[in-house]
Write a protein that binds this ligand. Structure first.
Ligand code: NI
Length: 176
């Protein structure tokens, strides 16, 4: 399978509202999911949304694991989420660092809900409900934003919360 080109900030597809998927078990959607898993696996990312590979559809992958880009990430199996929804279970918001494959070389502090209840369809079309907190809740909210034409830079409190990836890696090295 060929790793797909990642849409970079400035591509109109990243600013579109992605369309709901009504044929979850179709070959097209199953193949799209496999392509997304493959593309994410070959990157150091922890999540990917279909608009990032030029498919304006409501499907995303959350795949938290420690990588050079996210050395402190918890491990969870790569999970395909179709037509996802979520609600915050508390008003608590936490600021932490995010990056995005579509916005290379940049990191920023982004406020996100700490605890959320997520609902999504899996690849069989079954709707599942699960609670996420902390880093995984953050990844979910980041990818979910991509389905609504938003990127994490839209969420920062101040431009001063944006730094270069090289500086981020220095900060992380000093923390550990
Ligand atoms: Ni992203």
């Amino acid at each position: 399978m060929e790793k797909l080109e990642i849409a970079l900030l400035g591509e109109p597809v990243l600013r579109q509202i992605a369309l709901p998927i009504d044929d979850v078990t179709s070959t097209d959607i199953q193949q799209l999911a496999q392509t997304m898993l493959f593309t994410l696996d070959g990157s150091n990312g922890v999540g990917l949304a279909a608009p990032q590979i030029f498919e304006s559809k409501r499907i995303m992958v959350v795949a938290s694991k420690p990588t050079p880009r996210y050395p402190y990430a918890p491990t969870m199996p790569a999970t395909v989420m179709i037509n996802p929804e979520f609600m915050a279970l508390s008003d608590d918001m936490v600021k932490d660092w995010e990056g995005c494959l579509s916005i290379p070389s940049i990191r920023a502090l982004v406020p996100r809900y700490h605890l959320i209840r997520v609902s999504y369809m899996d690849l069989t079309g079954q709707r599942l409900e699960v609670d996420f907190e902390g880093f995984i809740a953050r990844v979910f909210q980041h990818e979910y934003d991509h389905l609504n034409g938003l990127v994490y830079l839209d969420r920062v409190d101040s431009n001063r919360d944006i730094i270069s990836e090289a500086m981020f890696l220095k900060l992380i090295a000093n923390d550990n």
